[in-house]
Design a protein. Structure first.
Length: 302
């Protein structure tokens, strides 16, 4: 496995320079683009990694999976009255469907959907971001994980688009808490800094029928786990979900920090990271690395 990971790293490093680092906030635009990391964690607890697998980065939308998991644990099936389970076919920050679909976002991974989920978690926890941070620390087996305040504050400063979605949903009666408070929690969750090893470990419960081996906890039931993986396969990469299914064939979740997590059900959780993004906002080298990995090992679930 180590030799395979090194050969993939050699293959994708030359792609650095062809994408574009997220630049909607200065704090992300200043990241060194010349980085690539990969980590694989097996259900037996074996860890494989290559490149800058221990360099921290902003997890961004990958945090939406942790928020969804917390919401499922509390609200169960009831939550699906407020958010859908269909791919949007639109960019992650699109507003267009919200108006004609009466303020009910298509799925939990587009920004509108993640904001509704954050609103649910806001109703449940006294300190929603700290509850989330604690949950992520446990899942990653790393008590030092924290949110990057500069990134979170900058996202809040440039919040207009996300704020518009949240206020529109409030106008439709699909948002219960103070919008600004929910935005703060949401941005702090997105601004969590983690590395490929942290994320591979934190996502291992989705590869292991909901069981997290390092905490000994059943995080989700086996049924809930297959349901989350189904949503990740259909919506985890936004308007590139079809392309991801075609080339990689695994449930996955990306973030504009350049991380992508993928699940090989019953076997492995994987995280790749390289900061430069393609046109859909997904890591360019990361996508190619996952494709090469999945193809060489025959991982596609389809
Ligand atoms: O709310 C936002 O737009 C960002 N904090 C997260 C976007 C993101 O990571 C989309 N994923 N590719």
């Amino acid at each position: 496995m180590d030799a395979l990971l090194r050969s993939i790293e050699e293959k994708v490093r030359p792609l650095i320079g062809l994408g574009k680092v997220a630049d909607y906030i200065p704090a992300l635009a200043s990241v060194d683009p010349n980085q690539f990391g990969i980590a694989i964690y097996s259900n037996n607890g074996e860890l494989y990694h290559a490149g800058e697998a221990y360099n921290d980065f902003s997890i961004q939308s990958i945090s939406k999976v942790f928020s969804l998991t917390l919401a499922i644990k509390h609200y169960g099936e009831d939550m699906w009255q407020r958010v859908g389970r269909e791919p949007s076919g639109n960019p992650f920050n699109s507003l267009v469907q919200l108006e004609y679909e009466a303020g009910v976002p298509r799925n939990p991974f587009i920004n509108a959907g993640a904001l509704v989920i954050s609103d649910m978690n806001q109703s449940r926890f006294a300190s929603p971001h700290y509850a989330m941070r604690e949950f992520i620390r446990r899942l990653a087996d790393n008590p030092s994980l924290r949110s990057d305040k500069v990134v979170a504050d900058s996202e809040y400063e440039f919040r207009s688009r996300n704020a518009s979605m949240a206020y529109l949903m409030k106008a439709f009666g699909n948002f219960n808490n103070d919008v600004e408070a929910v935005l703060h929690s949401y941005f702090n969750n997105c601004a969590m800094r983690m590395n490929c090893v942290d994320l591979a470990k934190a996502f291992s419960f989705l590869a292991n029928k909901g069981f997290c081996r390092h905490t000994g906890e059943q995080i989700l039931t086996p049924r809930e786990t297959t349901q989350v993986n189904g949503l990740l396969a259909t919506s985890g990469l936004y308007d590139e979900a079809g392309n991801f299914a075609y080339h990689v064939g695994l449930p996955g979740k990306s973030g504009v920090g350049g991380g992508i997590v993928a699940i090989v059900p019953n076997r492995f959780s994987v995280c790749v990271w390289s900061p430069e993004l393609n046109k859909s906002g997904n890591s360019l080298a990361g996508m190619t690395a996952l494709e090469a990995l999945s193809e060489s090992i025959g991982w596609s679930v389809f």
